[in-house]
Design a protein around this ligand. Structure first.
Ligand code: FES
Ligand SMILES: [Fe+2]
Length: 389
């Protein structure tokens, strides 16, 4: 437990004040290693459970080029498979929809929803593989709240063990979110492609030292110096209390109906879940890298199933416009510049500020992310070739 009430560290934390080396943000080689050690071994968002209500409902997704689909089977169970036909490798399904059986578009081999082969095109004269040897390859699937996740590692820990206590904590902190539904139409899911490494983007989310001058309206709405952190295994939580100003520089709040605080959970390696001030909401973010210098931030937005008051939709829209036109551009300009900085020959690694009394100044949550990153990359210390000062 640290000085300010609310701050907690569970487990060891480093004392480092030097940040990870700039090569971690630019190197192709390290990016390939991240795929193997992080992205192909961790829980990645696939869809919201409301997209899989009926047997046969499916959603196709991809984890850095590895195609997967999730589907509800005839017994109501959610299953996930590699989205590749065992015959010759054609993709089995695209987008989202409903399938009673899965028929490969190429040679029409078909598979039942439990992954078994139903039919392959043969005649009595054909010499063909044993049917029992041909089936779809399964992918691990698990839920956090109503978010469906998949994991390419068959030996991965279940979500409840990899991010221990997080689901319960979200439910305790924001008990009403269990009933939330995907937001209406275009607002439900969107993605922002930014020319900055995925960790540059997450680093920016994990510190608020830039908030006071970089996000004037955000800092008017929230009491950024009275925030606190909880750092846990493979995760972190950040609470920022609201200033409880109905007329603030960000967007109007209805103090009777709206949330006034900000809750943010970071789930290693690349997931964020947040509840923002304003009309009831819960968002999941996932930073999906395309290559070392680029990542797309997916956001999946939930809202209450019923309107709380006549002005709710209007306030909801004002918050969305503020996020899109004010907060996001403010951050993107920082991100683009930092990514450029990572490849400057004169810059090798940055510094952390750690302050357990004035969290506004502190970058301890970002350092915790980097410590976790190095641990999963099997690097207790930065490798020798990167440590050269
Ligand atoms: S590749 Fe799928 S049936 Fe041939
Ligand atoms: Fe920011």
């Amino acid at each position: 437990m640290q000085d300010t009430p609310g701050n907690e560290i569970h487990g060891a934390a480093s004392e480092n004040l030097r940040a990870i080396h700039a090569d971690y943000y630019t190197s192709e080689e390290i990016f390939c290693e991240e795929k193997q050690k992080l992205f192909f071994r961790s829980w990645q968002y696939a869809c919201h459970v409301s997209e899989l209500t009926e047997p046969g409902n499916y959603v196709a997704t991809s984890i850095l080029g590895q195609n997967v689909f999730v589907i509800r089977d005839h017994d109501g169970e959610i299953r996930a498979y590699h989205n590749v036909c065992p015959h010759r490798g054609h993709k089995l399904v695209d987008g989202a929809g409903t399938k009673r059986v899965i028929v490969c578009p190429y040679h029409h081999w078909s598979f039942s929803l439990d992954g078994g082969l139903r039919h392959m095109r043969t005649k009595s004269t054909s010499v063909a593989p044993d049917r029992s040897a041909v089936c779809l390859k399964t992918v691990r699937v698990d839920l956090l709240l109503d978010f469906v996740f998949v994991n390419l590692d068959p030996h991965a820990l279940p979500i409840a063990e990899f991010w221990p206590g997080v689901e319960d904590h979200i439910r305790q902190t924001c008990p009403e979110v269990d009933g939330y539904v995907l937001a209406a139409q275009a607002a439900a899911i969107h993605a922002v492609d930014v020319a900055a490494n995925w960790k540059v983007q997450i680093d920016n989310y994990l510190e608020c030292q830039h908030c006071r001058h970089g996000h004037l309206s955000f800092s008017d709405m929230l009491d950024i110096n009275n925030q606190y952190y909880t750092l846990t295994t493979n995760a972190a939580y950040n609470f920022i209390p609201g200033n409880k100003k109905a007329d603030n520089m960000a967007y109007p709040l209805d103090l009777e109906h709206d949330k006034t605080d900000l809750h943010f959970w970071f789930l290693f390696p690349n997931i964020g879940i947040s509840q923002f001030a304003g009309v009831g909401n819960l968002s999941l973010f996932q930073w999906n890298p395309a290559h070392p210098g680029r990542a797309k931030r997916l956001s999946v937005n939930l809202e209450p199933p019923v309107t709380s008051d006549p002005g709710m939709r209007d306030r909801q829209e004002k918050r969305a416009i503020w996020g899109r036109d004010v907060l996001q551009p403010e951050d993107i300009s920082f991100l683009l510049s930092v990514q450029e900085g990572m490849s400057q020959r004169s810059f090798d690694r940055g510094w952390y500020i750690v302050d357990w009394k004035n969290i506004e100044y502190s970058e301890a949550m970002m350092r915790h992310f980097h410590d976790t990153y190095l641990r999963h990359m099997d690097r207790a210390e930065p490798p020798a070739e990167l440590a050269a000062e």
